[in-house]
Design a protein. Structure first.
Length: 277
């Protein structure tokens, strides 16, 4: 912000105005405060025109402060436009960006108002675009998308409206696709543990209980008996290396406990241990 020098009694006069070589939209203002010409400040072209700054013009302290305030708004507005040019942003993101650049709150308020006037900011459209992008490029459920929009400062009302873009059918399809993909990944687990892992994975992705249960029911996770036994053998081989040197009774107990925790039934565990003997 510009300030008139208190010690000067004579009102300062603009003596020269030149454009900046590296930024032709900004102008350097030279003034005489009573001791000869010196550089005073620079302003944006819009501010120069608005205040009709010209050589020989006298400026009091109020005028200097107002010019400085308007120029701060213009510089911060240009900063915001540059930030928005990379991709759409929410109002909260723009406010944070300007605050991080040490722009004062009254200036931020004016910039945000100006951005809305020129349609550069629109939280409703931003939220809808964000949901569509997440639908098409990610494997997230509505719950996780809702959290991310909330973190970006979007109001609950606008979030609800934006999430209408993401139909239940599309969300269920995404959840089923995830289940099928991870069912192969966890193929060496028991059916019980596989189901638990799928439920946990879908919860982390932001799907609700109904979607999770329906997606799992649409996925073939119940193994045939020979497949379940093959999975048990795989887990048993890993456990055997740990308990192989124990006495027989203790070995059998440890194996039973470990394999039961892995989701296998006692009948299948007993059959494996009997076959092993």
């Amino acid at each position: 912000m510009l300030h008139l020098r208190k010690e000067v009694e004579k009102m300062p006069i603009i003596t020269k105005i030149t454009f900046q070589k590296k930024n032709t939209d900004r102008y350097n203002i030279y003034m005489d405060y009573g001791k000869g010409e010196e550089y005073a400040f620079s302003v944006d072209e819009d501010v120069l025109i608005k205040h009709q700054l010209k050589k020989g013009m006298e400026l009091d302290e109020f005028s200097l402060n107002e010019i400085g305030y308007q120029d701060d708004i213009r510089k911060s507005y240009n900063m915001a436009i540059q930030y928005l040019s990379r991709r759409m942003r929410s109002e909260t993101e723009v406010r944070k960006h300007l605050a991080d650049k040490e722009v004062e709150e009254p200036v931020i308020q004016e910039v945000v108002h100006k951005l809305y006037d020129y349609k550069f900011l629109n939280d409703e459209e931003y939220a809808k675009a964000f949901v569509r992008t997440q639908m098409n490029t990610s494997d997230k459920g509505k719950g996780l998308i809702r959290t991310e929009l909330k973190e970006k400062g979007i109001s609950p009302k606008l979030i609800d409206k934006a999430l209408e873009v993401y139909s239940r059918e599309a969300e269920l399809s995404t959840a089923i696709r995830l289940c099928e993909k991870h069912a192969q990944k966890y193929g060496r687990d028991s059916s019980k543990i596989l189901k638990q892992k799928l439920e946990q994975m879908l919860m982390r992705k932001g799907f609700n209980f109904d979607i999770i249960q329906e997606a799992i029911s649409e996925t073939e996770i119940e193994k045939e008996e020979d497949e379940e036994l093959a999975a048990l053998k795989y887990q048993a081989e890993k456990a055997k290396r740990k308990y192989a040197n124990l006495p027989e009774f203790e070995y059998r107990q440890k194996m039973k406990q470990t394999l039961f925790r892995k989701g296998f039934s006692f009948d299948l565990i007993d059959r494996y241990l009997s076959d092993e003997e």
